[in-house]
Design a protein around this ligand. Sequence first.
Ligand SMILES: Nc1nc2c(ncn2[C@@H]2O[C@H](COP(=O)(O)OP(=O)(O)OP(=O)(O)O)[C@@H](O)[C@H]2O)c(=O)[nH]1
Ligand SMILES: [Mg+2]
Length: 325
Amino acid sequence: MFIDFTKVTCHSGNGGAGRISFRREKFVPKGGPDGGNGGRGGNIVFIVDANLYTLQDVRYNRIYKAHSGEPGGKSQKTGKNGADLFIRVPPGTIIKDSENDKVLVDLIDNGDTYIACRGGIGGKGNVHFKSATNQTPRFAQPGMPGEKSIFNLELKVLADVGLVGLPNAGKSTLLSRITSATPKIADYPFTTLQPYLGIVKVGDFRSFVMADIPGIIEGAHDGKGLGLQFLKHIERNRLLLILIDSQNENPLNTLKLLREELYSYNPSLEEKPYIIVRSKFDLIANDESVKKWPTAIGDFIDISAVTGYGIDNLIRLIDKKLNEN
Ligand SMILES: Nc1nc2c(ncn2[C@@H]2O[C@H](COP(=O)(O)OP(=O)(O)OP(=O)(O)O)[C@@H](O)[C@H]2O)c(=O)[nH]1
Ligand SMILES: [Mg+2]
């Protein structure tokens, strides 16, 4: 179970100002007040979109601002309301008040909405302030300001596939190649410090969620490196991809080490189905001497997240395994 998390600042729109105006017609030179009300500011509304699986599209720390209402017009015309601003979130998103972390709403079904910030109401035009003692009010209300709030969004995601490997094995590069996720990629260990999720599309109708976690090193189950705190995330994945760098000099040892870390952490992980992936195949494609891996490793699939080699095959294989389990 992953927690996808993001934080956003929302401003609903300000109300439009009420208008000060007087009727001026050919035969009514001194008409009464006729200033209309301002329009309401736009609301900020969260809406569930069942086509989304992660909070990736709701960028961290983004500021959302809805439009203000328009000012009132002459002839008692009310200003246009500011358009509501919809923020699309996946089903299962929990919206919390960032000040006290209290749950405001748990958005579950497609189309469910939650008005997070209400637009300010429009000010009243001067037509409303006419009284027995003041037939020509020269004032109108300003619009009410919109609301501003910061929200924490949380989503618990059950990823289908978990990426497991030593630091630098190319896990994040693979995720970024086949999903729209944008994890940081670099040629030093522990680039990834937190889990990332992405959706892999298989053809037009099927998809699965893939999770990238920080690299695992020897002793991870004892808390070494960053692995431990993230191993819990892969307990519920249906399938693991064990990525081993094509330049690894002792792939069999690495495979053993990774598997040992997994089941030392949780013995039930030993039963978890996995696919072995040899990453960075482009680096050895022309090098027959290193192409052979010990048969004890068993079946594996070659990919290059850089050139795309083997990627379609891998996606098909994953899809097949997920559907047979
Ligand atoms: N040539 C080549 N380089 C690759 C390939 N995949 C990844 N790399 C490089 O390998 C380095 C590590 O890649 P990452 O994707 O950050 O590795 P990681 O497994 O996510 O690493 P951690 O987050 O530290 O665990 C980067 O410099 C990548 O550019 C590949 O298919 N071919
Ligand atoms: Mg990484």
